[in-house]
Structures are given as C-alpha cells and as structure tokens.
Design a protein around this ligand. Structure first.
Ligand code: ZN
Length: 423
C-alpha cells in the first residue's frame, strides 16, 4: 500500500465555501498541522521502554513551556539509561484541578514480525496514521499538547496538570517514582483528585482494571548424563509437577465464585493466571540441572494482590515435588512478586460526566489492561481510562490510530478541561 509522510495540508478537507468558512478552515488546518506535527515528532523518537525516553520528554517539556505551563522534569538513571517524567501545570494554584496523563514509552518493535511500515515514521493512509505508539499512546499525548495550545491558561479557574511518564509498559515504574514526588513537583498547585488517562479504549470509559503480579519459579536440580538418571535431579521433571500444582489452583480459580469480578470483568471474573514462559535443559541426552517458569496473574481491585502468590508458594511447598528416579531433593525457589497495582475509581465523578458530555465517551466495564492509574490511586487520585486509540492496535505491528479519533481526542480534552477547570 502506498504511504506518505504525514502532510496536514494535503490531509485537510477540500472546501468551496465562503470567506468566513475558509478562514475557519484555515484556523482548523493550522491547529491540525500542530497536532500532526507533535504526533509525528513523538513517533519519530524511539521510546521503547528498554531505552531512554529523555528526548521525547524534552520535546514535550519544551512545547508545554512555550505554551505557558510551569514544567518540572523528574529524571533518574535506570542501569545507566536516562529516564524522565514530565509534570506541567497551568492555571491558578487552587484545589480540584484535573490531571491528564499518559506514558511516553512504547513496547518494542524490532523483533516483532508483521511490520510493513517504518515504526518510527508517522505515515498516513486510509484516514489512519501509522507508527509505533500512535494508539498506545503518543497520539493521546500529542492531542493533550494540541489541546493545551487551544486553552487560554489565564481563563482557567482551576489548574490543569499534565503528567507524562516513563516505563509504564514494564510495570508503571515511572509513575511509581512520580507519585510520591507529585506535591513537590507541582509546587503550590494542589495535586488534583481526578485523572484522565488516555490509554487506547476507543473512547470507552474504564474506571477499573486488574493489577498484574509477576514472579519466577526456579528449580535447581543436578545435571548429568541421561543414561544414569538416578545420579541427577531432573529440573524439568520437577517443574512439570509444579505446573500441575499451579494448574489445579487455576481450575479452582475458574470454578469461582467471583461476586466482585463479574460486574467489572465479565470476560474473566477471576484473577487471570498465566504460565508465560518455561525454560530448562540443554540437550536430549543431558539431565537438565535448572528450569525456570515465569508466572503472572491479574488480581481484582478488591483482592489482596499477593494472596495468590502465597497460595502458590504454600501449595508447591506442601506438594514437595521430586524427581521420580532419585531420592535427592531439588532446590525450589518461588521468587518475590512484582506488582502493577489494580485500579477501582468511584463511578459518577465529575470527570465521567465531562467525558460523556464533552467527548461523547461511553462508560464501560473494567479495562483489560493495567495503567498508571493504580499508582495514582496511592495518593487518592481517582483515574478514568479513556482514549482515542484502539485496543486492537496496541502492541501490534503496523500500529495505527484513526485520524478522526485523534482530532476528536484533542477537541474532547479542550471541552473537558473547559468544563472542569474553566470559568
Ligand atoms: Zn499504554
């Protein structure tokens, strides 16, 4: 399919109307050009979580400073890689402002098959814009900046705060650093109590999502020649028995009951458990001395997120799995759990009403993915997830977003901010 680099002039609608209409078109076109320019520049910067997001953060900070925002940048090194969160505010230092948030990082693309386009070049075709992060979620960040350009800060009676984070895709690590520092980064501006996170939802409003708990189970056996099994401890065989133990727990989870989960998470009302990766062994004639299993599950907002981890560890310990051919015990380690927090914001907030009226968004059940909202909730911020991208596009090759949806997001942000923070 033919593709061209984005050109707002070319994409703008052709009209043959009167002078006043043409002037209005010209203004829209200029505004659209800014939206597409920011989107193009953000897509062009590789912000895969494994690398630095510093350049993208600098771009965002510079644009917002030019628009009159007070900008604070939080930076740190993660294994010698520079990471940045950006927080920007505009409007008076009074309570009950609005936080609009997104993550700057993206999932990888280099080893992902199926790409027919350059992931780092914004391309337009069939009324869609293509590139890594268009849906998840640089498009929304560009829309927020383009919306900010349309707002007159002086006319806000409550503050608008923008927060753009690093490393959301690898466990909301940027938000975890940001949240405790938010009051200091905002200075005199009180931390808003409502947040809009523009993750790809096709303009559905999600007020909840499950968390994610991940951990590794390691079996250390004894290697050797496969002709004398009694001298070794087969780590893969032992792991097979551990997998059986976990599968039984999984059956119990599926059987339920799940009174809390059914309303919000109809597709999977229990904590979805996944055995994601198993690795062990070297060759068919060698006794494998080591095997690892990566496990994750998604706890419900009301759950103790670590309860299932404790259950799995206890049941493995009770089963005391052994190699069938030797009396020697394996060493089994159930690793520490890493948590991405679940979210459950109250229904019926002013933000929900504003999203419905100002953006035409539609309330829906829980989101099928986790977000920075779980971290924001730690300081009492109630987040709603609602964005212009499509969930089906997130993390996919040839990721894209609808051009109309992107413009609708920008206009929706203007409308919602005007309603919640305007005079
Ligand atoms: Zn995302």
């Amino acid at each position: 399919m033919a593709a061209a680099e984005i050109d707002a002039e070319r994409l703008a609608p052709v009209t043959h109307r009167g002078h006043r209409a043409r002037m209005a078109d010209q203004r829209d076109r200029t505004a659209d050009a800014y939206l597409y320019d920011i989107t193009r520049r953000l897509i062009a910067i590789d912000t895969v979580s494994a690398g630095s997001n510093a350049a993208a953060a600098a771009l965002v900070a510079e644009e917002l400073e030019a628009l009159g925002f007070q900008v604070a940048v939080q930076e740190w090194n993660d294994a010698d890689v520079l990471k940045r969160n950006v927080v920007a505010s505009i409007g008076p230092a009074v309570p009950d402002g609005l936080l609009v948030s997104g993550h700057l990082d993206t999932v990888p693309f280099t080893d992902q098959s199926g790409w027919t386009r350059d992931p780092l070049t914004l391309e337009a075709a069939d009324d869609r814009l293509y590139g890594r992060g268009t849906s998840d979620m640089k498009g929304f960040i560009a829309a927020a900046i383009a919306a900010a350009a349309r707002l007159e800060g002086a006319r806000l009676v409550r503050p608008l705060v923008l927060a753009f984070t690093a490393d959301e895709e690898i466990g909301c690590l940027g938000a975890r650093r940001l949240v405790p520092e938010l009051p200091a980064l905002l200075g005199t501006v009180p931390v808003p109590r409502l947040a809009w996170i523009g993750e790809p939802s096709g303009f559905r409003i999600h007020r909840a999502h499950k968390g994610i708990v991940g951990f590794r189970i390691e079996v250390q056996g004894v290697g050797g020649h496969s002709s004398v099994p009694s001298l070794g401890v087969n780590a893969v065989t032992v792991m097979g028995r551990i997998i059986d133990v976990i599968a039984r727990i999984e059956e119990e989870l599926v059987a339920g009951p799940h009174p809390d989960g059914a309303a919000l998470f109809g597709e999977c009302p229990h904590p979805a458990l996944n055995l994601g990766r198993v690795r062990g062994g070297t060759a068919l004639n060698m006794i494998p001395d080591r095997c690892t299993l990566d496990v994750s599950y998604r706890p419900l907002p009301a759950d103790d997120p670590f309860a299932l981890h404790r259950t799995i560890a206890a049941r493995i310990a009770a089963a005391a799995p052994r190699d069938p051919q030797t009396a020697r015990p394996p060493r089994i380690e159930v690793g520490e759990p890493r948590l991405t927090r679940a979210l459950e914001s109250p229904p019926g907030t002013a933000l929900e009403a504003a999203l419905i009226d100002g953006c035409g968004a539609i309330p829906a059940a829980g989101a099928p993915f986790a977000t920075d909202g779980g971290e924001l909730a730690q300081v009492g911020i109630a987040s709603l997830i609602c964005g212009p991208g499509d969930l089906e596009q997130a993390h996919q090759p040839d990721e894209s977003i609808g051009r109309v949806a992107l413009e609708r997001a920008r206009d929706g942000i203007v409308a919602v901010v005007t309603r919640l923070c305007g005079a």
